[in-house]
Write a protein that binds this ligand. Structure first.
Ligand SMILES: [Zn+2]
Length: 99
């Protein structure tokens, strides 16, 4: 019984992390093209905002990268799962159920 509750808690934690990661990735993928477009428009209109836009692009890419590193981990053993399937049903390291 106790093990069951712990399992559910791990699954819940993992799913919450995956949802957060997906939202961060989705929002970033939505913002990046907008930044590129506004950068091109700024260049066309000779506004000097390319540099801040470029930094913003790097910041967003960094956030995406970090959220992938920190959120795509097994909530039980901490194993990084980026190189495995996108939605693993169990941890490839400790075998804990994630679905
Ligand atoms: Zn694990």
């Amino acid at each position: 019984m106790k093990k069951n509750i712990q399992e559910k808690e791990i699954i819940r934690k993992f799913q919450r992390a995956q949802t957060t990661n997906m939202v961060i990735t989705g929002v970033s993928l939505f913002i990046l093209p907008l930044l590129v477009i506004s950068g091109l428009l700024a260049e066309h209109n000779q506004l000097a905002i390319e540099k801040p836009l470029l930094y913003l692009c790097f910041a967003i890419i960094a956030i995406m990268f970090l959220s992938n590193i920190f959120l795509r981990r097994c909530p039980y053993c901490g194993m990084f799962m980026g190189k495995y399937r996108f939605f693993p049903s169990s941890c490839p390291n400790c075998g804990v159920k994630l679905k």
